[in-house]
Design a protein around this ligand. Structure first.
Ligand code: ATP
Ligand code: MG
Ligand code: FE
Length: 346
């Protein structure tokens, strides 16, 4: 069966196509993404109205590109999956409305799915079915969470999350402090390669003995970087951008990997999946590989293209729902900007 996935929760319009057979294998057929990130760059963050309008313009062309890439026609589509939350209300509505229109016109089942389950499912497109259970570290522009995944289609439980900023958000804010462009992850990753990760001892948030074991905090780290940079500027010295970037990046990677490995050990889970835009970070994946190997944990990180928002990961959730025989959504489906992660399909 062919499942079409639509993603529009933030600033990427994504349309993906996957093929699923009864053995449970999910094959990636197409993954087309149109991003409005350049339109937001000069504001230093996503502007919701601009994002919604960009989705509206990109949706149908992106759909046609995906079908062309897969060499399929709309009539070949057996089911449609769409992100219905969490995300920006107006942006989500563009995808949900398009999905409902296509599902009604083609007379195929519609599945409203959770964006975060999509980020986890992305890995199945590269590395095959997930072992059960597995632990997922989801780190993106809007989220930083540790999830226990018992069943991709039906049981995901949050065991920890950020109490303030998301990891990607911290990257974006620190990039701004260093006069690096938005989004901040890639330029900080690049600058850090020339810097010393031990140059500055930035704080590791939420790692005290009384802090919740699996929660994160990145706002103190961001503030510490701001104070450090300000002090330098006041004293008239040049800011060593590469050292600040490397030291900041080390603090983020240290906390994320330490907590993820500890969670896997305490819950007795043998596989860790890292996904979301920040999973593309070179230091995070290197440190995770080191610590997982030492702890005997299998590490899975999808390629960067599948880590950031895309429609194929949403199609992959749809494929798992189809395999599990889950009930489709009604055509009354609406967007839920605050959809909780344990609600995998609506
Ligand atoms: P969400 O999925 O939570 O709704 P989002 O869609 O904005 O949020 P993604 O597209 O998955 O998130 O990820 C974007 C984030 O990833 C940005 O904050 C960006 O700075 C960060 N990022 C991208 N590449 C890297 C990298 N190499 N290192 C660190 N961060 C990165
Ligand atoms: Mg994005
Ligand atoms: Fe995302």
């Amino acid at each position: 069966k062919v499942v079409l996935g639509i993603e529009s929760s933030c600033d990427e319009t994504g349309v993906g196509l996957v093929r699923v057979d009864n053995s449970g294998a999910v094959e990636l057929l197409a993954d087309e993404v149109a991003s409005s990130v350049e339109l937001h760059a000069r504001y230093g963050g996503v502007v919701p109205e601009v994002a919604s309008r960009a989705h509206l313009e990109a949706m149908v062309p992106t759909m046609h590109r995906a079908l062309r890439t897969a060499d399929l026609r709309l009539a070949d589509v057996d089911a449609i999956a769409v992100t219905c939350g969490p995300g920006l209300a107006g942006a989500l509505l563009v995808g949900v409305s398009a999905a409902k229109a296509y599902a009604a016109a083609l007379d195929v089942p519609l599945y409203g799915v959770n964006h975060l389950a999509g980020h986890v499912a992305a890995d199945t497109l590269e590395h095959g079915p997930l072992p059960k259970p597995c632990l997922a570290l989801l780190v993106s522009g809007g989220h930083s969470q540790l999830l226990r995944v018992d069943e991709l289609a039906s049981k995901i439980t949050e065991i920890g999350s950020t109490i303030d900023d998301a990891a990607g958000e911290a990257y974006d804010k620190v990039a701004r402090l260093l006069d690096l462009p938005y989004p901040g992850g890639p330029p900080i990753d690049k600058a850090a390669r020339e810097g010393d990760p031990r140059a500055i001892a930035f704080p590791r948030g939420m790692t005290g003995p009384r802090d919740a074991k699996f929660d994160f905090s990145f706002s103190g780290l961001k503030t510490a970087v701001a104070r450090w940079v300000e002090a330098r500027e006041r004293s008239g010295e040049a800011v060593p951008v590469a050292d600040v970037a490397a030291s900041f990046q080390e603090a983020v990677a240290d906390v994320l990997t330490a907590k993820a490995v500890r969670a896997a050990e305490e819950l007795g889970i043998g596989t860790l999946v890292i996904s979301g835009g920040v999973a593309a970070n070179s230091r995070l994946s290197a440190l995770a590989a080191e610590r997982c190997a030492a702890a005997g944990i299998q590490l899975r990180v999808p390629r960067p293209r599948l880590c950031t928002d895309n429609g194929a990961m949403i199609a992959a959730v749809g494929a798992h729902l189809l395999l599990a025989g889950s009930a489709p959504s009604s055509l009354e489906l609406s967007a839920n900007p605050a959809l909780p992660v344990h609600t995998i399909s609506v």
